[in-house]
Ligand binder design. Structure first.
Ligand code: FES
Length: 276
């Protein structure tokens, strides 16, 4: 009896081991075994279902602006748009050309303005172009004519004029002109040919131009040379005892047909010239 029970036990364990190795008996096998053997065989617990982890729905990402992101360096971009000269309006060359022209015209206008101001300036300060007080009439008369009768002009720089004694009788070409006052006249120093300053020649008693040889007598009447007319002169007047040279009024006269004063009265300072 004990031997039969031991054999049964060994056979049962082997069957159980075989069942485990095969993955477990089916439900029918278990029930058949229970009914046949009379004891309960426990079924292996069913594996617990793995917890379901809900994955978050993907969130739609906003598109990043171009060029922006991790590790991306912002770079300033300059757009160069080429346009035609018509679209641009003024090209660089046109700009410089116009700037040069504007500078030139500004300089020209400035020069003209300065010249105009220079013409008016003497009048404001009483210099050339205005009335010039040459001195007392009596003093000038004594200086221009010596006791022996010789003539010596008095040069007045401010008036650019020679003061000379006026003859008692003037030629007709000066008729009605304010060329003499107080026995004195005022001659413009400028040669009427090309503008040289005409010096006095004491020996010939006249004015002789060293530039081209024009000659004039002591009151500026034309004698010879290329000068087209007599020396110009200024209007004069006597105010009180003062001899006033009106340098704003230049009087021109043609070549004298008949001179009021003899010339030459001695040797010339510049040599012989053809007399008219
Ligand atoms: S400038 Fe006097 S003669 Fe010519």
């Amino acid at each position: 009896m004990i031997g039969a029970l031991g054999a049964f036990t060994i056979a049962y364990r082997r069957s159980q081991q075989a069942v485990r190795r095969s993955g477990g008996p089916s439900a029918e096998t278990v029930r058949a075994d229970r009914s046949r053997v009379g004891f309960r065989v426990s079924t292996p617990p069913a594996p617990e279902p793995e917890p379901v982890v809900e994955e978050p729905e993907p969130v739609a990402e906003e598109p990043e602006p171009a060029g922006v992101g991790a590790g991306v360096q912002l770079v300033e971009v300059q757009r160069v748009v080429e346009v035609s000269p018509e679209e641009a309006g003024v090209t660089r060359r046109q700009f410089f050309n116009r700037a040069i022209l504007a500078t030139f015209f500004a300089g020209f206008i400035g020069q003209m303005g300065m010249s105009a101001l220079a013409n008016f300036w003497p009048k404001l300060r009483g210099g050339f172009g205005a009335d010039v007080d040459a001195g007392a009439v009596t003093d000038l008369q004594a200086q221009t004519v010596s006791a022996d009768g010789s003539v010596t002009p008095v040069f007045v720089p401010e008036a650019r004029a020679y003061v000379v004694p006026a003859p008692a009788q003037l030629s007709d070409q000066f008729e009605g002109m304010p060329v003499a006052a107080g026995g004195l006249m005022a001659l413009f120093q400028r040669c009427v040919h090309l503008g040289c300053r005409v010096p006095w020649c004491a020996t010939s008693v006249g004015f002789e131009c060293p530039c081209h040889g024009s000659k004039y007598n002591s009151i500026g009447e034309y004698f010879g040379g290329p000068a087209p007319r007599n020396l110009d002169r200024f209007a004069v007047e006597v105010v009180g005892d003062r001899f006033i040279i009106k340098t704003g009024t230049i009087l021109e006269t043609p070549r004298a047909q008949q001179m009021s004063v003899n010339y030459p009265q001695g040797p010339s300072c510049i040599g012989a010239v053809e007399a008219h």
